[in-house]
Design a protein around this ligand. Sequence first.
Ligand code: LLP
Length: 386
Amino acid sequence: MLSRQIAEKLRAYETPFYLYDMALLRQTLESVVYESNKYGYRLHYAIKANYDDHLLETIRAYGLGIDCASGNELRKAIEAGFDPRTIVYAGVGKRDKELRYAIEQRILAINCESIEELHLVDRLSAEAGCTTDVALRINPDIDPKTNHCIDTGQADSKFGISYEEILEHADELKALPNLNIIGVHLHIGSQIRELHVFEHMCNKVNVIVENLERLGFSFRFVDVGGGLGVNYDVPENEPIPNFASLFSIIHNHLKVGEREVHFEFGRAIVAECGELITTVLFNKTTATGRRLVIVDASMTELIRPALYGSYHNIENITSDAEQEVKYTIVGTACESTDRFDENVRLKTTRRGDLLSIKSAGAYGMSMASRYNLHDLPGAVYSDRIE
Ligand code: LLP
């Protein structure tokens, strides 16, 4: 991990902050682009994972498009220089003004998540005097075998349109004059580590696409979303996710025909290049004997452990102690769930030590809040450190 190598230099910056290993980000991008080119797959970066300007600039240089989830994310992507024709926009609850903006920008596709939304996009497009390219976000009813908080493709979930509902409205959808229904979209969940789930997904998509085309739809692309997981347990063992395996599964199981295949990776691109660097403020022991380490970061910088019970590997990067002690690492926020980990073995930790909370580049900064009026964390980039 980068932080351990440059720990003394990091003391020059006010904590807590995100440290980004830009060389690792570039290597990750090289890998995903190289592997996807073998099959001609199209890539979109899910900007919700991290909308940092320097990261976006780097990602854009590798030719990825964007997947966005709000009008403001769309605006951010366009301001960062991404070509609107490489941007897709999903979301169950798009506001009229967000849809009007997306229609105006002529993006690659609005991924619609309800029959009502499709009707609305049709009407707003008529008002704008244009026809809009859209994709049907389908709920394929698949268990992605991940943390339940971040699965999105099961029958009862709020995401996507059920296959049954599309069948029921097929004729009326095909007749909407101001829509071009050019794609099928799905995203079954995030942090998926059991890759056979994607094989199951392909089998379902094949049937759905075939049946809908038989009914007269014609799809230029299938967008299979993101979801590829990373190694939070031992990030050093797998700093770059296994894109090759995922693409080979899709290649072997998705019936593509002439259609383009699109992906929307968020976590797999940026999680491992980011670490949250925090300073130890105090040590204390509870009446129950629990040894607490109180750090100057909290759930306001990284909410994943408090929100989903997610695990992030933590290391004391400045201690040279021989001995290891079991600690519970807690943050500064006034919430009992503001805990980064329990009973974690760290080198004996003292006030002033720096800890790294690893694999924090995705859904860290982008989910930060100002609860307790905390300042938002800063960012330090490996290619800008003197
Ligand atoms: N496409 C769509 C439509 C999505 O909803 C998402 C993520 C992605 C792509 C990117 O998924 P990824 O490749 O990153 O798995 N905050 C949670 C994750 C929420 C993911 C939401 N959707 C976390 O910290 O684990």
